[in-house]
Write a protein that binds this ligand. Structure first.
Ligand code: ADP
Ligand code: ZN
Length: 609
């Protein structure tokens, strides 16, 4: 079969996406490949299709067990025989899989990097016909990457032992130059074909918000999108517990994921989310790598993450199916402090010398700074992201919060002065809320308890809305006029620059959103835009019916619903209303194997509507 035929037969797609075909052609011509593609761009097809066209076995090296399982299951769904070899198998299962592998049963085998140089695996590999090695998440080989894994360094050692050098392809979503160079060097790629696919994900909407009450913001958002699946990322396990607990208390079907849970619980919770038994996943960044739930409609960051690489990767888990999805970051001044703490602490247990550790820490600090600027920019957010990854964006995308907001330059000299005065005269002992409540002249229990009514700045900014004061406060922290500490409780401190604001001589301005409702963004709905705009209200019942059928099949087969068919495929069915086999093949995402399994039931459902 040709590559086009394979794409249609196994995956049900008619055309390759940007970048895929060039990578496939290079691999088939025997060239090594280094492909940088953003999350959701479709990396797997780049090595899966050539794997089916090459004579021998393709080994896919992948860092995470969940990732391998998911991929293998998807391949099996597509009628491709594949297996994985990792520590989740019992010894018996492992040896059985190796035996089948030896017998040539699997054209594609996923393997964990730690396994490569073990005796049992080498015994297999040395006698097998391995035609390609595909290294997924290849940035894990680099110490400059954000997820360095020492076991990735074994890959080269392994390849060197093989009797015949296979073609090597490396895939990653991390684009920085250092990482790219490391990948090429440490995997010993030979004159590789290098490609970088556009980082822009047009279907994603970006926003940064600084709500006073983050929980309420999240809660309200979820209530407005009751049918959608979404992920809420938090910086710490503690916060995951707290937010998830509150959501459940408020009647929302949420579940959670972080490294502090047992393997079993993590697996169960992840499945609940993937199988649509729970709509909302609250998680630390431990969740998500390799989870191809293509219909995640929103990713909300409860805290600012520690770098743009991480942010874009996590946010990019929204809308992999290409339909509109939203990425919202909720910024709070404390996020910077927490991240700083995590950076300081995070490196200690890695096997690196002190100088390298120091260098990495400095890089992390710089990355954190860039991340913070994202939260404060008034320019197009999409452009900021693309620039960060070395691409040119348009200065106006029209589908991020900043592009939809009008800003104006405001004099904030008075407010800034009041804040500094307040902090100074209370002896730098209190947190943000106390300071802001004081200058607003509020009369809360805390204000009375700390006698803040007697503070000279009390009520100085009584006319300014709390939201604005918070923005100004965050701006002062960003510009180093005030600082936050983290000794269990965040306290506002003065800095070397604070004094310059005390007497009001120095004029300070900042850009602020104009006082008007931002243009109401088009309501995101599957009936609009990316789903081709053709699905009318009248097709909603059919869509619901097909969804129900999909869920029924998923339960029968114990696979996630999106592995039966994606939303996009169901929508296309609603539009085309296929009545026979031939018409069904015109639906995107319907390949031969899936047709044979499910085609008839879906045709019946469409026809009996
Ligand atoms: P990545 O690993 O780059 O994050 P995946 O390989 O998981 O992305 O692919 C993301 C999604 O895009 C999957 O649902 C996949 O089936 C889909 N996809 C990949 N290639 C194509 C294509 N040529 N046409 C349509 N959908 C595709
Ligand atoms: Zn924009």
């Amino acid at each position: 079969m040709t590559k086009q035929e394979l794409l249609k037969t196994h995956f049900g797609y008619d055309t390759f996406r940007e970048g895929q075909e060039a990578v496939i052609d290079a691999l088939l011509a025997g060239k090594d490949v280094l492909a940088v593609m953003p999350t959701g761009a479709g990396k797997s097809i780049c090595y899966q299709v050539p794997a089916l066209m090459m004579k021998g076995i393709t080994l896919v090296i992948s860092p995470l067990i969940s990732l391998m399982k998911d991929q293998v299951r998807s391949l099996n769904q597509a009628g491709i025989s594949a297996a994985y070899l990792n520590s989740s198998l019992t010894q018996g299962q492992y040896f059985t899989a190796l035996r089948y592998a030896k017998a040539g049963r699997y054209p594609v085998i996923y393997v964990a990097p730690e396994r490569l140089t073990t005796e049992a695996f080498l015994d297999f590999a040395l006698s097998a016909d391995i035609s390609m090695i595909a290294v997924d998440e290849a940035h894990c080989v680099s110490q400059w990457g954000q997820d360095f894994r020492p076991s990735y360094l074994k890959i080269e050692e392994f390849v060197a032992q093989l009797p015949k050098r296979p073609v090597i392809s490396a895939f990653t979503a991390t684009a920085t130059k250092e990482v790219r160079e490391d990948i090429a060097r440490l995997l010993d790629l030979r004159d590789p074909f290098c490609t970088t696919t556009g980082f822009d994900r047009e279907n994603l909407y970006f926003a940064v918000k600084t709500p006073k009450d983050k929980y309420k913001e999240v809660h309200d958002y979820i209530m407005e999108h009751p049918d959608d699946s979404g992920i809420i990322y938090c910086l710490t396990r503690k916060l995951v517990e707290e937010v998830c607990g509150k959501l459940i208390r408020d009647g929302i079907s949420a579940t959670r994921y972080h490294a502090g849970l047992s393997d079993e619980e993590r697996r169960n919770n992840q499945d609940d989310f993937i199988y649509d038994r729970c709509h909302v996943m609250v998680a630390t960044n431990a969740f998500g790598m390799g989870i191809d739930k293509s219909d995640v409609r929103y990713v909300i960051h409860y805290n600012m993450p520690k770098n743009m690489e991480g942010y874009y990767q996590e946010a990019g888990r929204a809308g992999r199916d290409g339909d509109p999805a939203e990425c919202i970051l909720l910024y709070g001044g404390k996020d910077v402090v927490t991240n700083q703490y995590l950076i300081e602490r995070g490196q200690e247990n890695l096997e690196m010398d002190a100088a390298t550790q120091q260098l990495i820490r400095e890089r992390d600090q710089e990355r954190l700074r860039q991340m913070t600027f994202y939260c404060f920019t008034h320019d197009c957010l999409r452009e900021y992201i693309l620039k960060y990854f070395g691409e040119y964006g348009k200065s106006y995308c029209g589908s991020c919060l900043n592009c939809q907001t009008e800003f104006e330059e405001k004099d904030i000299t008075e407010e800034a002065g009041a804040m500094v005065r307040c902090v100074q005269s209370c002896g730098q002992r209190y947190g943000v809320n106390v300071i802001l409540d004081t200058i607003r002249g509020a009369s809360t229990a805390k204000i009375r308890q700390y006698h803040m009514e007697e503070n000279p700045a009390y009520g100085d900014c009584a006319k300014i809305p709390a939201r604005k004061l918070r923005q100004i406060f965050n701006y002062l922290v960003l510009r180093d006029y005030l600082a936050l500490t983290d000794d269990g409780y965040t306290i506002v401190k003065l800095t070397g620059s604070s004094e310059s604001l005390l007497d009001g001589e120095k004029h300070l301005t900042m850009k602020m959103p104009k006082e008007q409702e931002p243009k109401r963004k088009e309501k995101r709905s599957r009936l609009s835009k990316a789903s081709a705009g053709e699905l009318g209200e009248q097709d909603e019942p059919l869509f619901q019916r097909l969804r129900a059928l999909r869920l029924e099949i998923a339960r029968e087969e114990k696979i996630p619903p999106y592995m039966v068919f994606s939303d996009k495929t169901l929508i296309h069915m609603c539009i085309l209303k296929p009545g026979n086999e031939e018409e069904m093949f015109n639906v995107t995402g319907v390949g031969r194997y899936k047709f044979e399994k499910y085609g008839k039931r879906f045709i019946d459902a469409v026809q009996n509507m």
